[in-house]
Each structure stands twice: as C-alpha cells, then as structure tokens.
Design a protein around this ligand. Structure first.
Ligand code: HMG
Ligand code: MG
Length: 315
C-alpha cells in the first residue's frame, strides 16, 4: 500500500475562501490579508484567497476586490493566488483583480446545484462554458470544483455514474483540473480509491485534486486513499476552517497543519514549514477569537505554552 507514494504533493490552501465564507462573523479585510501573508510566510505556495460570487449570497467575501488589491500591493511572489468564479460577471471582477488563477465550481446533484448557485446542472455547465471560453482565450488554466461527489445533503449517496457524466462535460468545456469535493465529509477511503480510478478515465490523475471536508473524521484517511490511488494535489484549510453555507452540517476542510504533519512524517515533501504554519494557525484563532479544529495546531500550541511556562518557572 505504501510502496508507490509520491515524493511531493501540492497543497491548495483554501482557508481564506472556503474557511471564511462559512464564518458567522465578518473578518476585516486587513486581517484577511495578514492571514494570507502568514500562510505565504509558512511556505504555502497555492492559496485560494477569495471568491467573486454574489455578495448577497456570500457576504463574508464581499470585499474580494479589496483583498485582491491589498495582495497585489504586498507582492507575494512565492504564491499563486486563486479565487472562485461562478459566471461571466465574476470573471470580469477576477480579471480586474490580478489574481493569478481562477476556479469554477458546480455540483454533481441537481438539488445542491439549485441551492448553491440557483441553477440546474445543465444551466451550470452553460454558465461555466461561457467563462471557460473567454478564460482560455485569455490564456488561463482552469480548475473546477465538483461538489457532493460522494454524498449530497439533499439527495443522499450520489451514484458514481452521475459524477462521471458531469466530469465528462467539464472536460468537454475545457476544464484542466478537477477538484473532487466531499462537501459534507461523508466519504470513506474505499469510496475515494474507487472514485479516483473511475474518474481517471476522463481526467489524468495529475490533473485531479481531492477536497475533503472532515465532518466525520475521515479526511486524513481519505488523503491516504487518494495518495494510494495516485493523486498528488490536495486542498486543505488552515486550522480546519470551512464549510459550504449551502450544505447544512458540513464541517471544515482537512486542516492544513494536520495534513502537512502527516505527509512530513511519511517522507512526502510539501514545501511548508510546520512551525510557521502553527504561527499562521495561531493568528487565525486570534482573529476569529475561537479554537479551531486542527489537532496538530492544538497539540503544537499546548507544547509551546508548556515550554513557555517552564521557562517562566526557571527565572
Ligand atoms: P442568482 O441570484 O441566481 O444570479 O445567483 P443572477 O444572475 O440572477 O444575479 C442576481 C444578482 O446578483 C444581480 O444583482 C447580479 O448582478 C448579481 P442585482 O441586479 O440583483 O443587483 N451577481 C453578481 N454579483 C457579483 N459577482 C457575481 C455575480 N453574479 C451575479 N459573480 C450566483 C447566481 C451564482 C451569482 C449565486 O448563486 C452565487 O453567487 N452563489 C455562490 C454560492 C457560493 O459561493 N457557495 C459557496 C462556494 S461553493 C463551495 O463552498 C464548495 C467547494 O468548496 C467545493 C466543495 O466543498 O465541494 C468549492
Ligand atoms: Mg469546500
């Protein structure tokens, strides 16, 4: 099982988008930018920084253009920034933003599609095709999330045939990379292994990403299944922040700290400095004024506190 592991993987940090879109409180633009800077300092090289969706639907990210403007002033040269784009209007905002890459998104079920973007699957494909045509002409590479590929909060288990049909359409409209979303965190490792093998008939494994929410505690096990099946791109969220506001009960993504710790222990390179990542996680907890779900973050901060306490008692 562990014979063919990759030497390195790409982590796409989605905390500033997937995480903050789901927070009840509004985070100030300057704080979002500081958090993204801390992520970059930790070595995260691919960061989804915001979303050009309707501010009426996701008010938490209404400051997307302002976040992008501040980031372009910061010139984070080591980072490829990306953002969500749902339609041509979002694409216009993206193009003005100087963000490096765009990510489309849609769902594998009609019910989640309606709730999330107010469109049927066919309508969603048409809207994404309009964007992909101009984005390709402008020279962009296109990532697309496919949500609820294992289980849908409205329709239950999703037949893999349905997922394959939508994936085929995404490839037809020119999507270069597909990120398979376990939006409500219901998959278990064998589901993941089988799904990757089925989907790889349409999308090469090096153009497949996995996006695990950790609602039921299976996200890291699912990463192992994805690695074994040959996937080398994983989405993760600092501290385990996140969720989809239109998927009730969905917890955050696999925590970046937990993922980096596990991969490091397995000898797989991520380019991320764990100590600096913990600094970023601590900043996120401070800004949001709450403890985040990442287990590694909790353990590392407890160790730091203990070390600081020992030092104090020696003085
Ligand atoms: P709609 O209301 O059906 O759209 O929303 P519309 O085209 O009829 O437009 C309505 C109004 O929105 C108009 O303004 C438009 O101009 C405006 P008005 O005339 O009423 O003043 N509008 C926009 N404004 C700014 N930027 C835009 C934009 N588009 C329209 N891009 C729409 C359709 C798709 C816009 C809406 O449903 C939407 O924004 N949905 C986004 C929902 C969302 O962001 N969900 C979370 C992200 S997906 C996710 O988390 C899953 C993922 O993590 C993977 C996984 O976990 O599975 C990616
Ligand atoms: Mg998500």
């Amino acid at each position: 099982m562990f014979e063919n592991l990759p030497a390195k993987v790409k982590i796409v940090e989605v905390g500033p988008r997937d995480g903050l879109q789901n927070e009840a409180q509004q985070v100030a633009t300057a704080d979002k930018v500081a958090l993204i800077k801390a992520m970059a300092d930790a070595g995260l090289a691919n960061i989804e920084v915001t979303s050009f969706v309707s501010p009426k639907w996701i008010p938490q990210l209404a400051d997307a253009s302002e976040v992008a403007r501040c980031l372009s002033e910061l010139k984070l040269d080591s980072v490829k920034t990306s953002c969500l784009v749902p339609n041509l209007k979002g694409y216009e905002r993206f193009k003005e933003s100087k963000i490096d890459e765009l990510a489309l998104f849609m769902s594998a079920t009609e019910s989640h599609s309606k709730k999330n973007i107010n469109k049927s699957i066919d309508e969603a494909i048409s809207a994404l095709k309009e964007v992909s045509v101009v984005a390709k002409a402008d020279g962009y590479r296109i990532r697309c999330y496919l949500s609820v590929v294992f289980e849908c909060p409205y329709e239950g288990k999703v037949p893999s045939k349905q997922v394959l049909q939508v994936t085929e359409k995404l490839v037809t409209i020119g999507v270069d990379e597909v990120s398979l979303g376990d939006t409500i965190g219901a998959a278990t490792p064998v589901d993941v292994y089988k799904m990757v093998n089925d989907i790889s008939k349409y999308v090469d494994k090096d153009r497949l990403a996995l996006h695990f929410h950790d609602t039921r505690g299976t996200a890291l096990a699912n990463v192992i299944a994805g690695l074994s099946a040959g996937v080398t791109i994983f989405d993760a969220s600092l501290g385990g922040l996140g969720g989809c506001p239109y998927a009730p009960g969905a917890a955050g993504n696999v925590a970046t700290e937990d993922l980096v710790y596990m991969l490091k222990g397995m000898g797989i390179e991520t380019g991320v400095d764990l100590e600096k990542l913990v600094d970023a996680g601590a900043l996120a907890q401070k800004l949001l004024d709450k403890q985040l779900p990442s287990k590694y973050l909790r353990a590392a901060l407890a160790t730091r506190e203990k070390a600081a306490g020992k030092q104090e008692s020696c003085v």
